[in-house]
Unconditional design. Structure first.
Length: 432
């Protein structure tokens, strides 16, 4: 008998007569006198363990009788077909050893959302949360594989910064010895700097936004996948985005069928996420919204409600391009063909989920950047290093930021973005 097996291996390749050992946590149990049915969970799945008095030493049988939910155990036994058991097989125990006992588990069925969030450190053991974390790992693996195949270098920008990339309103300020600093809202400006060495770069970092509004799509700390590409315009930038997002989703389709089914999402909907995505201009979107009877004027930013209205019926993501210059950050390139607008694109996920990426071609004209910073009453001093990037060998370039939890929320069909991260940070919560 070789070491320990994982549950999935037992169910996929039942070992026949041979004895096997598994270890994990008690998912649920029920007993009737001389027999205990315990469902055991490990990182790969669940299996029913049948513990019959007489088949193992009495003290071990008593341990099985007393094993509470989430106790950790080691079991040795043989695998037998049983259509009533989850996965179609049961493990008949010849040994049952309690490794770590557990007091009564605080989470039972039908708990309030608040109690689940207070016990997040335990709730993440649930099957739904486990599935979501696996899908996230596959999304990131799909991204990294695609980025590697397409000549992008992964780099490591700082988190402490002295610049606002996305405006002062959502900055987390902190005392940095005798100075003020902020937690990074975006690695973009640093990626722009590193791009001059490596041309195509990306970083996966936490980003921080002091978002005071309680919504189902804002975290105060989220994982940000950001790319910066030399010699690429806004159109090239969108092509990179649709290929990357598609590669991420198709990795999930390949690896995570079971998890996607468990989460109640039809895998066929994910298979359809392939280029080309839709493209519409902001101006066209405003007309479409007005056509739906929504009261919005040209010049207003799109909020969650507007995004929902225009993506509810869609099955693939949509790029919205050319937003009014006033709506967007100082670094976006003014469009010479329509100077009221910038060469940018927000990528909106279908089915009403809305924005998952914000990206743009970057302004290369230093005077325009300085004027826009001045308009926004931002002191230029802290941006001198960034302005140097326009002084020393500036090139056309573009980039974008993808909100990992936003993508995960859409792919897993989650009601609330907090379920896309194991320990959510929101305006209401930074515990546990
Ligand atoms: O503000 S963004 O639209 N754009 C940037 O930060 C650029 N500087 C990125 C770049 O070009 N390198 O944010 C990008 C994405 C956005 O589309 C969301 O998907 C996500 O980051 N995002 C968030 N996710 C969760 N919670 C919050 N609060 C949040 N804010 C942005």
């Amino acid at each position: 008998m070789a070491g320990f097996s994982h549950v999935r291996d037992l169910l996929e390749n039942p070992p026949g007569e041979e004895e096997v050992q598994v270890r994990g946590w008690v998912y649920r149990t029920r007993s009737s006198g001389k027999i205990v049915f315990a469902v055991l969970r490990d990182s790969t799945g669940i299996v029913q363990v049948t513990i019959k008095k007489g088949n193992l030493p009495d003290p071990e049988f008593e341990q099985a009788v007393g094993a509470t939910i989430e106790s950790s155990v080691e079991v040795r036994g043989t695998v037998h077909k049983d259509d009533r058991a989850p996965g179609g097989y049961e493990l008949r125990a010849k040994s049952f050893i309690l490794i770590g006992p557990a007091p009564p588990f605080p989470i039972t069925e039908y708990q309030s959302e608040e109690l689940l969030l207070d016990n997040r450190h335990l709730w993440i053991r649930s099957r739904e949360q486990t599935a979501v974390m696996k899908v996230k790992a596959s999304l990131l693996m799909g991204a990294r594989n695609w980025l590697d195949e397409n000549g992008f270098f992964e780099v490591t920008p700082p988190i402490f910064t002295q610049n606002a990339c996305e405006g002062g309103v959502t900055l987390f300020k902190l005392k940095y010895f005798d100075r003020e600093a902020y937690l990074s809202q975006s690695a973009q400006m640093y990626l722009e700097a590193i791009m001059f060495s490596l041309e195509r770069v990306y970083a996966l970092t936490p980003s921080f936004r002091a978002e005071k509004s309680r919504t189902t799509r804002h975290l105060t700390e989220f994982w940000h996948l950001e790319l910066e590409e030399a010699w690429v315009d806004n159109i090239g930038n969108m092509k990179i985005q649709e290929e990357l997002v598609s590669a991420m989703v198709q990795e999930v389709v390949r690896d995570r069928k079971e998890e996607i089914a468990l989460l109640g999402r039809d895998i066929e909907q994910l298979k359809a996420i392939v280029p080309p995505f839709k493209r519409v201009t902001y101006s066209h979107m405003i007309e479409r919204l007005q056509g739906k009877g929504i009261d919005i004027a040209w010049g207003c930013d799109l909020g969650a409600a507007e995004e929902r209205a225009v993506t509810q019926e869609e099955t693939i993501p949509t790029f919205v391009t050319n937003f009014p210059i006033e709506c967007k950050a100082f670094y976006m390139k003014q469009d010479p063909d329509d100077p009221r607008t910038v060469k940018c694109a927000d990528l909106l996920a279908p089915e009403g989920y809305g924005e998952i990426i914000g990206g743009s071609e970057r302004e290369t004209d230093i005077d325009i950047i300085m004027a826009r910073l001045a308009e926004q009453q931002v002191p230029v001093d802290a941006y001198q290093w960034y302005l140097d990037l326009r002084r020393y060998g500036s090139v056309p370039h573009s980039g974008f930021g993808l909100g990992v939890e936003r993508v995960l929320r859409w792919v897993c069909k989650l009601e609330h973005i907090r379920d896309a991260v194991p320990f959510p940070r929101t305006v209401a919560r930074a515990y546990p």
